[in-house]
Design a binder for this molecule. Sequence first.
Ligand SMILES: *[C@@H]1O[C@H](CO)[C@@H](O)[C@H](O)[C@H]1NC(C)=O
Ligand SMILES: *[C@@H]1O[C@H](CO)[C@@H](O)[C@H](O)[C@H]1NC(C)=O
Ligand SMILES: *[C@@H]1O[C@H](CO)[C@@H](O)[C@H](O)[C@H]1NC(C)=O
Ligand SMILES: *[C@@H]1O[C@H](CO)[C@@H](O)[C@H](O)[C@H]1NC(C)=O
Ligand SMILES: *[C@@H]1O[C@H](CO)[C@@H](O)[C@H](O)[C@H]1NC(C)=O
Length: 397
Amino acid sequence: MHSCGPLWMSLALLVFAATVGAGDVPEQLRLALTGVNGEMVVGWTTQLDAGSTVEYTCDGCGHFTVEGNASRYSIPAYTPPYTSPLLHCTAFVLYSYRVGHSKTGWSWTHQFMTKADVQPTPDSPLRFLSIGDEGTIKGAKEVLAGMLVAQEKFHFDFLVHGGDISYANGIQDIWDQWGQLVPWMVSVGNHEMRPNQTDAGFLYRFAMPTAQSGGESGNMYYSFDYGNAHMIALESEAQNFSAQYDWLKRDLAQVNRTVTPWIIGFWHRPWYSSNVEHAGSGDVMRGALEALFFDNRVDMVITGHVHCYERTLPVYQGALNDEAPFYITNGAGGNGMDDTWGDAPEWSAKRLAAYGFGYVELFNATHLHWTMRSSSDSAVIDEAWLVRPADRFQTRR
Ligand SMILES: *[C@@H]1O[C@H](CO)[C@@H](O)[C@H](O)[C@H]1NC(C)=O
Ligand SMILES: *[C@@H]1O[C@H](CO)[C@@H](O)[C@H](O)[C@H]1NC(C)=O
Ligand SMILES: *[C@@H]1O[C@H](CO)[C@@H](O)[C@H](O)[C@H]1NC(C)=O
Ligand SMILES: *[C@@H]1O[C@H](CO)[C@@H](O)[C@H](O)[C@H]1NC(C)=O
Ligand SMILES: *[C@@H]1O[C@H](CO)[C@@H](O)[C@H](O)[C@H]1NC(C)=O
């Protein structure tokens, strides 16, 4: 049906850990975007280190196999992992794939979609989900279940995670169902850094397009283009933002807003939150980077950390400003709720203490629609339109 010319590029990486006593059938499959249209990274977890292979096929494009090498990290009382390769294709197509090795066993066959034949135009629609502060307790299971249902309804392109991810211990089958279809783009949270600042799990289990976006930070900060959006992940856990400032300045300078009219940032600690919990936790970062965001006319920012939901109006340096980004705190991914509000500043547009996930639709170059969805039934519990002038991209300050 679709023709497609998958070509092998060099192979990347992805390393995973396993739980002691698990079998050797691959589990915890994960997909990630690379920033190149049509490329996908697949990662998984196994117990034995006998080889890592991805076999994949698409309608009319033949069968392909990629070999990758496992690598491992080690922190006290914890070891294993495995590597997998970079898939590369150049057409809009549904892929079927499985991972594993003939010696140790294969995963089920899963599928993912690329949309690489669609030359992104400013008016090609894009949809993605956002979550943060997830964990593995009851609330997180509800949010996951809600997103699985939403996946069938909404057909979104990827998911951004604002940090405090935690692995789905005990509910691996849900991760398997979930991870098979949408790429997952993550940013680091404070709970990824603990204990003893051990960020190895975050660095090894994911493969974000850091190098592709001109950075050297592991998975800590990076950007990628997808459809009509330029997406930027930052590291709010940094002690010193000067390296990130330099990278961000370069990154924003090369965005072509004729191609990607939307710029959306995501990271962990909010710059604007009126919850008492973690008050001011993003202030140092905001002081270092907010002017860059404003000057480059960034549209929207999604964060987590505070376990609640809050949406702001467009705001800059604490004052309403129509040309500034608007901010979402979406730490309502399941790991407890902070229903502890201070006074509502004028920039605070909506505050909720309810579990859920966000859904962003970029209809075209001018219309962005944000909805916050309840985990139980995907019902809209908050929504906002951002309508930007079509010519807003032509000037930087
Ligand atoms: C895997 O490791 C072997 C042995 O070191 C090496 O020859 C091979 O090129 C590696 N493969 C990849 C895909 O990195
Ligand atoms: C953290 O570091 C301290 C001091 O080195 C050590 O005693 C402790 O076991 C470490 N904790 C973990 C969970 O690794
Ligand atoms: C932050 O890092 C930069 C570059 O490494 C250094 O020049 C600067 O002094 C640091 N600032 C602080 C406050 O530590
Ligand atoms: C931005 O992209 C448009 C459309 O592809 C192109 O015409 C224009 O030259 C690009 N601008 C820059 C500064 O590269
Ligand atoms: C952009 O999308 C919005 C929402 O669907 C629609 O109202 C508007 O007319 C669209 N604009 C263009 C130029 O297509």
